[in-house]
Design a binder for this molecule. Structure first.
Ligand code: NDP
Length: 274
């Protein structure tokens, strides 16, 4: 039987994961099938257990099941524990093993595909939801000189800063507390871009040397990307690279082979319609 993998979510029709993993399988010569599976809310754990009981080899998990996958895992990677969420499941030594590859994917995209070093840089991260929690450990392990997490609800940014302070120099604040000098990099991890909104940001936090990265991606530049360009930033990226690179890390965990990502990013970008 060909090795079977899948992504679970609700909704799931929009998922690019089957296209991404099929492209990885083709480029690496790995023989596998990757499907999308819809689970009803509250039914993820039995559905995932049935998938593995039927011989499934590995799962990706997307919204809204990353917390269910976290509680299903009998062992967790350090980065999944810190993220408080699991996006990759496999069976290791007879147990469900949960990992979170989102932060690794972001750092890999920034450093390997976009050629930017995070070491010694002054970073600003906007947002303090699940995505930001998932990226903070890998970001801090890339040795930036400082990380500021700014969020609409400032207390959530403070909480994350406390949680991750053992990994590096990090502080939390609200948008109005942002300091008046440009950052080397601004990562938008809010969901504001999904609704065409922009967090209320002072313009003096960005200049032509600032690298601007939006975790949100789509066929068109986001409002945050347009704002960055209007404020003279030259290096601007969306989160499609992160999506493909987190998938590549899941593929590596399952198959022990690291696929090339840039050609897959280019291919998936051509298929984006919204
Ligand atoms: P959450 O719902 O967990 O968090 C949303 C965050 O955005 C909160 O910090 C919230 O602030 C903030 N926010 C929402 N609306 C606004 C607004 N209008 N102005 C300012 N801040 C706002 O979402 P996630 O963390 O899961 O996802 C965030 C984004 O990251 C999404 O767009 C998602 O698509 C993207 N993402 C991309 C991935 C990729 O592979 N490229 C992977 C994962 C996520 P508050 O706390 O005050 O409510």
């Amino acid at each position: 039987m060909t090795d079977l993998y899948a992504v679970f979510g609700n909704p799931i029709a929009q998922s690019k994961s089957p296209d991404i993993h099929t492209a990885f399988a083709q480029s690496t010569g790995e023989k596998l099938v990757y499907e999308k599976r819809l689970a009803e809310v509250g039914e993820f754990v039995p559905a995932a257990k049935a998938f593995f009981a039927d011989g499934g080899r590995g799962l990706n998990i997307t919204a809204p099941f990353k917390l269910d996958a976290f509680s299903m895992a009998q062992e967790l990677s350090e980065r999944a524990e810190n993220a408080g969420a699991v996006n990759t499941l496999l069976i290791k030594d007879g147990k469900f093993y949960g990992d979170n590859t989102d932060g690794f994917g972001l750092v890999y995209d920034i450093t390997e595909n976009l050629g930017w070093s995070l070491a010694g840089k002054k970073l600003l991260i906007l947002g303090a939801g699940g995505a930001v929690r998932g990226i903070l450990q890998p970001i801090l392990e890339a040795n930036p000189s400082s990380v500021v997490v700014a969020n609409r609800t400032a207390s959530k940014a403070d909480e994350l800063a406390k949680l991750f302070s053992r990994y590096g120099n990090i502080k939390g604040c609200g948008f109005t507390d942002l300091e008046n000098s440009p950052f080397d990099m601004i990562i938008n991890g809010t969901s504001a871009s999904l609704t065409g909104e922009l967090p209320p940001l002072p313009e003096n936090i960005i200049d032509k040397n600032t690298f601007a990265y939006d975790l949100t991606y789509g066929a068109k530049p986001t409002v945050f990307m347009n704002w960055s360009a209007e404020n003279k930033a030259v290096n601007i990226a969306d989160g499609l690279g992160m999506l493909v690179c987190q998938a590549a890390e899941s593929f590596y965990l399952w198959r022990g082979v690291r696929p090339e990502t840039q050609s897959v990013i280019n291919k998936i970008r051509q298929s984006l319609t919204t």
